[in-house]
Design a protein around this ligand. Sequence first.
Ligand SMILES: N[C@@H](CCC[C@H](N)C(=O)O)C(=O)O
Length: 278
Amino acid sequence: MAIEFTKYHGLGNDFILIDNRSSSTPVITPEEAIKLCDRHFGIGADGVIFALPGENNTDYTMRIFNSDGSEPEMCGNGIRCFADFVADLEGESRNKDKYQIHTLAGVMTPQLMADGQVKVDMGLPWLLAGEIPTTLANADEKVINHTLEVAGKSWDVTCVSTGNPHCITFVEDVAAIPLETIGPKFEHHPVFPQRINTEFVEVVRRDYVKMRVWERGAGITLACGTGACATLVAGVLTGKCDRTATVELPGGPLLIEWADDQRLYMTGPAEKVFAGKL
Ligand SMILES: N[C@@H](CCC[C@H](N)C(=O)O)C(=O)O
């Protein structure tokens, strides 16, 4: 059977998008996703994203497999690409620019903006240790500036879930962090029962930070939307950032706002690269 796909990226965080609207089960298995994401023997991507029929009165359901075949709850850069992808699929019958998307982390609302960017209402962050999840604190406590021993060093970490789990560490010089070696040690640390995405962040100004990420299930990526949102929340909780800031990633900038109603808003690009048939 031939399967059509479209390759997208959001600031270099790249995905294979599949039109899965005729079934509620992904047409690709996690094992196949690993092969497709391979940068030497496959198409190459950080993940495979499926556009499925909407559940609970939403427009669509988004599911994603990481490049290691695991299934995360949410993907920030992915949902911007998803919005552009479904708008394209709808073609001339499209009658809206804002979609209600069901994800494993709840309903997210991306909006296609006139300037080509996509703004996403990412909902509320989860701050309690039991929700993230991590055993770094009691289940009903927040994890702000906790000490975590990794690779023989003490790191000052703040943990936040933006649908998926993140551990944020503020550092003097983000370029000096040996992501390749330290990232996997955070990801598989026993205090994170569902593994973790890890962000290293340098605060340049209260409204401008630089961030590099090691993603759960994907390793080093050029950008992470949920991670950028978690970074801003951690910056506010630790008193380092304003509630609106630009998070500069290796792939480019994202504008993040943690609004007074406590909802997170992320604005950034979604770029179609090419389409093909498997
Ligand atoms: N790159 C994504 C996050 C993808 C999921 C992540 N690897 C996880 O397992 O939680 C983003 O832009 O948010």
